[in-house]
Design a protein around this ligand. Structure first.
Ligand code: THU
Length: 134
C-alpha cells in the first residue's frame, strides 16, 4: 500500500473543500482493493446539518462508481491554515463500517511524513451492523 500517494490524494481533495461556514478544510482519499483511489472533500451548506464530511464524500463517490471493497482512507484537515490531525467523526466511522472490515486502515495526516494509522476497529470498536437489521 502506497500510504504516501493516498495522503497526497487527500491533500489534492482538500483543495476542493467547500467550507465557507467553518473554514475547516478537509480532504480524504479512499483506497479500493484493486488500487483505485477516490477523493472527497467536505461540502458545507447554509442549512448546516446538510453538510457532508470529506470521508463520506470519498466513500460514497467510490460506492457510486461500483466499488465496495476498501483497504484504507487518508484524511487531512486544516483550519485557518493550521493543520492538525483530523479524525473521522462518528458518523463517518459508522458509514465506513458498513463497507470496511476491522483491518481497514484510517490514516490521519499532517503531512506526507507526519501521519498516524489506526485500524477502523480501534476507532470504532463497537458499531451498529447488518446483523442488527437483517
Ligand atoms: N468534517 C469532515 O469533513 N470530516 C469529519 O470527520 C469531521 C468534520 C467537516 C464537516 C464540516 O464541514 C467541518 O469539518 C466542521 O465540522
Amino acid at each position: 500500500m502506497d500510504i504516501n500517494k493516498l495522503i497526497t490524494e487527500a491533500f489534492e481533495a482538500q483543495k476542493n473543500s467547500y467550507s465557507p461556514y467553518s473554514d475547516c478544510k478537509v480532504g480524504a482519499a479512499i483506497l479500493c482493493e484493486d488500487g483505485s483511489i477516490f477523493k472527497g472533500c467536505n461540502i458545507e451548506n447554509s442549512s448546516f446539518s446538510v453538510t457532508n464530511c470529506a470521508e463520506r464524500t470519498a466513500l460514497f463517490s467510490a460506492v457510486a462508481n461500483g466499488y465496495s471493497n476498501f483497504e484504507a482512507i487518508a484524511v487531512v484537515g486544516s483550519k485557518e491554515g493550521n493543520n492538525d490531525y483530523f479524525y473521522p467523526c462518528g458518523v463517518c466511522l459508522q458509514a465506513l463500517s458498513e463497507f470496511c472490515s476491522d483491518g481497514f486502515l484510517v490514516i490521519v495526516a499532517k503531512s506526507n511524513n507526519d501521519y498516524k494509522s489506526y485500524k477502523l476497529s480501534e476507532l470504532l470498536p463497537y458499531s451498529f451492523g447488518r446483523e442488527n437489521v437483517l
